[in-house]
Design a protein around this ligand. Structure first.
Ligand SMILES: Nc1ncnc2c1ncn2[C@@H]1O[C@H](COP(=O)(O)OP(=O)(O)O)[C@@H](O)[C@H]1O
Ligand SMILES: [Mg+2]
Length: 323
């Protein structure tokens, strides 16, 4: 098996807040290999975006790394200086955000920006960069690329904007592509189209793709491996097949049970996992999921569960999963 292209090692991140330090990410570990698509799933507030932003070193101002790092190309990217950070972003690791407006400057045309995003191709003439930009727009399904190039971001529909943002990321030919909830802001039809597009791109992309989503179907369609997050921790990881068909953490089982795709009866309200996320300023002593877990025992309330291997490259943070 190839060495990981990017690896997150024992990463903990907290945010300063009036209530105290919000422990948004606790001892997270993740590996992405070339050619692999990785999914990160979990309810809102579980730390997915915190992890994704660490992958490109784009942490919020009030964030603090309290342990570990993100290794890429033999270095911890969280310790880069500003100049090194700028050269990392885009060229080596690119991000697609939930809101594609964030990817573009409102006062420049899409074309100007898609040309500028190729600045690593220093001696290529602008006209050639423009041709590349148009070709990429066509590849992401924009049928009239030259018209799109002349537009401003607010003149595009939501779906078009996200396509253009994906084109922008790909033009930089990054080794790692991180997408944080790339379809959440879109309606169902657009979402299906973007999933289809990502699946096609996956086929010819040699880098690693990391997709953050609360949409399990998206991971099922696109990803080789999945990491399940709960309350700032990775609670299960494995091949998408193993995790979906043989989930070993009760939280993973609960997520799957609540997935609309698995609800066959007509219901006016979709089920959710009963209970709430724990307070991340004072995370619980034992298992973070214990208060909501149907199988929890006394031990789960007081003893932190180990992260145990339950199969080849399949692990879960649960006392019950331990062999
Ligand atoms: N800049 C911030 N300042 C304070 N708390 C934050 C900040 N960003 C995120 N959080 C908190 O950190 C936790 C994890 O958030 P986030 O990583 O956005 O989760 P997700 O993407 O899974 O919804 C949440 O409790 C959230 O409220
Ligand atoms: Mg998020």
């Amino acid at each position: 098996m190839s060495a990981p292209l990017l690896s997150v090692e024992n990463l903990s991140i907290s945010y300063r807040s009036e209530e105290g330090a919000v422990q948004a990410l606790r001892h997270a570990t993740l590996e992405a290999r070339a050619g692999e698509a990785i999914g990160i799933v979990g309810e809102s507030g579980c730390g997915k975006s915190t992890l994704a932003s660490a992958l490109i070193n784009l942490l919020a101002r009030n964030a603090r790394v309290t342990s570990g790092g993100v290794m890429f190309g033999g270095r911890d990217i969280l310790s880069l200086n500003d100049r090194e950070k700028r050269s990392l972003r885009g060229r080596h690791i690119a991000m697609i955000f939930q809101d594609p407006m964030t990817s573009f400057n409102p006062v420049l045309t899409i074309g100007e920006q898609l040309i500028d995003f190729q600045d690593q191709r220093g001696n290529m003439p602008r006209s050639e960069k423009k041709v590349r930009a148009a070709a990429m727009l066509r590849q992401v399904g924009i049928s009239d690329p030259s018209r799109c190039l002349d537009r401003y971001v607010h003149e595009l529909s939501g779906g078009m904007r996200q396509r253009a943002a994906i084109a922008a990321a790909l033009l930089m030919t990054p080794e790692v592509l991180v997408a944080d909830e790339p379809t959440t802001a879109l309606d169902v039809t657009m979402e299906a189209q973007i999933i289809h597009l990502l699946r096609e791109l996956r086929r010819d992309y040699n880098g690693a793709i990391i997709i953050v989503t609360h949409h399990l179907g998206l991971v099922g369609e696109l990803c080789d491996r999945v990491y399940v997050m709960y309350a700032g921790e990775v609670v299960e990881e494995g091949s998408t097949d193993d995790v979906y068909h043989n989930p070993r953490h009760p939280y993973t089982r609960a997520l799957i049970a609540c997935d609309p795709a698995n609800i066959h009866e007509q219901t006016p309200v979709l089920p959710t996992i009963p209970g709430r996320l724990p307070d991340l300023v004072n995370p619980p002593l034992g298992c973070s999921f214990a208060a909501r877990c149907p199988q929890a025992t006394g031990r789960c309330q007081s003893v932190t569960p180990p992260y145990v291997e339950v199969g080849p490259r399949h692990a879960a943070r649960c006392h019950e999963a331990a062999p």
